[in-house]
Ligand binder design. Sequence first.
Ligand SMILES: NC(=O)C1=CN([C@@H]2O[C@H](COP(=O)(O)OP(=O)(O)OC[C@H]3O[C@@H](n4cnc5c(N)ncnc54)[C@H](O)[C@@H]3O)[C@@H](O)[C@H]2O)[C@@H](O)CC1
Ligand SMILES: Nc1ncnc2c1ncn2[C@@H]1O[C@H](COP(=O)(O)OP(=O)(O)O)[C@@H](O)[C@H]1O
Ligand SMILES: [K+]
Length: 519
Amino acid sequence: MTDLQNREAEISQIVVTAAQMREIEERIFAAGMPVVALMEKVAGLISRRLEAMIPPGKSRVGVLVGPGHNGGDALVVARELHFRGYEVWIYNPFNKLKELTGKHLQYAQSLGIPCYQAVEQLRDCDVLVDGLFGFGLERKLKDKIAVAINELNTWKQPIFSIDLPSGLHTDTGEALGTAIRATHTFCLGLWKLAFLQDRALDYLGNAELIDFDIPIADVEAVLKDVAKFTRITTAKAIANLPLPRRPVTHKYKEGHLLLVCGSHRYAGGAILTALGARASGVGMLSIAVPEYLKPILVSHLPEALVIGCPETETGAIAHLQLPEKTDLSTFDAIAIGPGLTIDATPIVQQVMESKRPLVLDADALNILAQIGTISTLQKRQAPTILTPHEGEFKRLFPNIPDIQQDKVKAVSQAALQSGAIVLLKGARTLIANAHGSLWLNPNSTPALARGGSGDVLTGIMGGLLAQAMKKQIAIEEVVATASWWHSQAGIIAAQERTELGVDAFTLTQYLMQAIVNCH
Ligand SMILES: NC(=O)C1=CN([C@@H]2O[C@H](COP(=O)(O)OP(=O)(O)OC[C@H]3O[C@@H](n4cnc5c(N)ncnc54)[C@H](O)[C@@H]3O)[C@@H](O)[C@H]2O)[C@@H](O)CC1
Ligand SMILES: Nc1ncnc2c1ncn2[C@@H]1O[C@H](COP(=O)(O)OP(=O)(O)O)[C@@H](O)[C@H]1O
Ligand SMILES: [K+]
């Protein structure tokens, strides 16, 4: 890789808060970079991107200008587009502007660029550029500016937001009162936390990072002693797959996974989990299910070792009847939960006592919540991964109240309290470990909002985990890779089949394509 590619790979993984971004910029300014020069550079990069995207000549561009340096960026963009032959109109309702922003407004006006205080004047523009607020927004938007943003959101033309859609909280992604619904957002310098949060997704549109050459040393200096956020990238996920295989190997060297899943009531979950595990390439796959399900599993996965277990009256697994000379320590990893029903409580308790790395999902999480999340996990002597959706999360961690307000905080607290790696499912999945680090999955598709797709994730993760135990890959990276893989398969499947065509079974059939595409 060239130095430039290395930089791109490194920058694309970094995620910062508003306070961290401010600190990083202050270091750059303290080192001698003039504020004016940086604004000119950043806005120049945005202008060039806009020129590539907006047809020149006939387009009228409306530029929304706020009081701070986000507004300053917008004014430099307005000036540049004016000189490139676009018709530019400015909206600026503020009387007090930061000094540099005020200067740029004065110059723009001296060039004859019209400047309006009423947003309605921009209604006939072909596109809008939003430079009202960036990461400096700290209070709720109200009055005239909130009314203007609500009005703008009813218009049909594309909106390009600078740094963040104005109104979004940089860290939580919450709309502070109201926010611009952008078609496209140019995130400046480093990815901000808002870009990886569910609640921001309706506002961001296509998000693009504009790298303006922040020295990595400054980023490292600011982030070295704080909780780290890592954006999961394709390059990193691919690097953490168990590829290439060593030429001399055998099935037990490539990981042995035990899946424990299924009941009379929920048979399909076991199949979907197993198909996810199969795609992971795991060397040996054993699947413990109620006896009744064994023929169905065998017919779907002829290569797997299916263990039919005695059943409760309700059709759940009554006890794990492992083959002779086998106990739980035989396996490199265990994934348990999909379709078990709450009647399998003793099985979950037994598996929790094993010293193998565990993935817990679905009913295993509900059972864990009933038997006591923290007290049970404290006794574990091996890594545990919990993969709750929001409902399961609330049952597991009832003392963490504000999950909706701040998912980053909630999932971090959960990992800290429990010692487990916690993957909180959602439109944008978050993964936290007990040391305060977080991994965030930047891309996914609502096509995955469908029964059974979580079971597939459990299978992929279990299979990768079993292989990783042989290969010294950090468990958090395995969890991140599984989440990335699951989403990528969903994205590719949705591209081919629309968002309606990605049932969980179909999803399993796109898993290989998702990684073949990257090789
Ligand atoms: N510092 C720099 O030189 C750089 C800054 N950049 C731009 O500068 C932005 C940050 O600039 P600022 O720190 O000036 O902040 P912003 O421009 O994001 O907004 C802060 C301004 O809005 C006002 N404000 C905050 N909340 C408000 C509310 N609810 N209602 C009305 N007014 C409100 C503040 O008093 C302040 O004047 C970034 O998002 C980015 O666009 C980029 O050009 C990169 C370099
Ligand atoms: N809107 C969405 N965008 C992207 N991914 C989603 C969305 N909704 C759900 N998902 C993903 O789909 C999966 C659903 O899992 P889960 O809720 O456990 O379903 P099930 O138990 O039916 O398998 C999770 O991986 C989740 O992150
Ligand atoms: K903005």
